[in-house]
Design a protein around this ligand. Structure first.
Ligand code: NAD
Ligand code: ZN
Ligand code: ZN
Length: 392
């Protein structure tokens, strides 16, 4: 079959690889009908590169039809399913508590990591991913979400990651109707987090440097700000001078523009020079721009909810500010299946209350993946979300 493979720093290519086969009775094989490129895939370009092997099949947002069903998979050939990006058993101690992304059956203990993920490096189990014609789904007796035939793939596809990730971010932010939430980053995750919070009755402010991403969010009732504006001051002014009740960071370590600003320099300035300088130089402080801005903006006693992914052991955090402002931080890989009962009725609602129909900007054949990665990373051609269709 054809599959998108990692070949090196910023190099993805479409290659012929062996078709996947059933390995266990709980496995299923699906023919992929839609598979998306995610902001998390961009981390494989550089930061997670050292944990990738040449030829690894990437991709973790996929849906399709079951073409082979293991005897204990609970699925039947022909079932239409969405595949969560986290691989969980559904019955271990963690899964019983809804912490599916910490599944003790699929944890990658060798690297001290949580549940295995599709297409996401040795750190997460080197499981072949879903940007391919076919995908082997382990633990198919628990993971896949069976869906009906009436609605197009785009309505369901984002149940694999973007929607539950955004839903978890908003739930962790814990804003009640009438309260305020700021969202950093209007990529697919930030778009959906902003819209979900708006749908649940919060007042939502969002910041992103890319104009068409702000325009898209504005179509869904979000007040948007350019990163270059005095966004922080404007949002603080709009929230009684205190700052919003919670902030979702939907940027992560690909932060760019990176006007780290006075606040971060102040934070670093609180460290002894000899410690601060190497940190500034080596720990990629610029990559923490959105996180530091979130901590700066949130009101005292508020919550910062991180869905953006950060890496590195030496990331300096302004602990004094976190303590003094009494900030709670909640984060983690999404526990996908925990949120599907909330989300499925919304994506199937003919009125499309979360605006799922307004997210995909590009639908391309699998062969277009290398250019699509480039376009998504560079944000060229108005690219916000790419769906690859292996059948065109
Ligand atoms: N927790 C999870 O389970 C989970 C799941 C999916 C994605 N993620 C993470 O969520 C993050 C976002 O994913 P995405 O697909 O939306 O990616 P994306 O790269 O499309 O979105 C990031 C957005 O942030 C904007 N941005 C960059 N620097 C900024 C700054 N300093 N301030 C404000 N905005 C800034 C960019 O313009 C872009 O629109 C990534 O880090 C991804 O790895 C986490
Ligand atoms: Zn993803
Ligand atoms: Zn489990």
């Amino acid at each position: 079959m054809q599959a998108v493979t990692w070949q090196g720093k910023r190099r993805m290519s479409v290659e012929s690889v062996p078709d996947p086969e059933l390995q266990r009775a709980t496995d299923a094989i699906i023919e992929v009908t839609s598979t998306a490129i995610c902001g998390s895939d961009l981390h494989l370009y550089e930061v997670l590169g050292p944990f990738m092997d040449k030829g690894d099949v990437v991709g973790h947002e996929a849906m399709g039809r079951v073409v082979e069903a293991g005897a204990d998979s609970g699925l039947a050939v022909g079932d239409r399913v969405v595949v969560p990006f986290t691989i969980s058993c559904g019955s271990c101690w963690m899964c019983e508590r809804g912490l599916y992304s910490q599944c003790e059956t699929t944890q990658v203990r060798e690297h001290g990591s949580g549940a295995s993920l599709f297409g996401y490096s040795r750190l997460y189990g080197s499981v072949p991913g879903g940007q391919a014609e076919y995908l082997r789904v382990p633990h198919a007796d628990f993971g896949p979400i069976r869906v009906g035939d009436e609605l197009p793939d785009e309505r369901y596809l984002f149940l694999s990651d973007v929607l539950p990730t955004a839903w978890q971010a908003v739930r962790y932010a814990d804003v009640a109707p009438g309260e305020s939430l700021a969202v950093f980053g209007l990529g697919p995750v930030g778009q959906m987090a902003a819209r979900i919070a708006h749908f649940l009755g919060a007042t939502v402010y969002a910041i992103d440097p890319v104009r068409e991403r702000r325009t898209m969010a504005a179509r869904h009732g979000i007040q948007t700000f350019d990163l270059d504006d005095d966004a922080i001051d404007s949002i603080r002014d709009a929230t009684g001078g205190r700052g919003p009740d919670a902030v979702v960071d939907a940027v992560g370590m690909e932060a760019h523009g990176s006007p780290v600003g006075k606040f971060v320099h102040q934070a670093a300035g609180l460290l002894p020079d000899a410690v601060a300088r190497p940190m500034m130089e080596h720990a990629g402080l610029d990559r923490l721009a959105a996180l530091h801005s979130s901590i700066d903006l949130v009101r005292r006693g508020g919550t910062v909810s991180l869905s953006g992914v950060y890496g590195g052991m030496a990331s300096p955090m302004p602990l004094l500010t976190l303590f003094d402002k009494q900030i709670q931080i909640r984060q983690g890989q999404c526990n996908v299946k925990a949120w599907i009962d909330d989300l499925l009725p919304l994506v199937e609602d003919p009125a499309d209350p979360l605006g799922v129909d307004d997210l995909v900007t590009h639908r391309l054949p699998l062969a277009g993946a290398p250019e699509a990665y480039e376009m998504f990373q560079q944000k060229d051609d108005g690219c916000i979300k790419v769906v690859l269709d292996p059948r065109i």
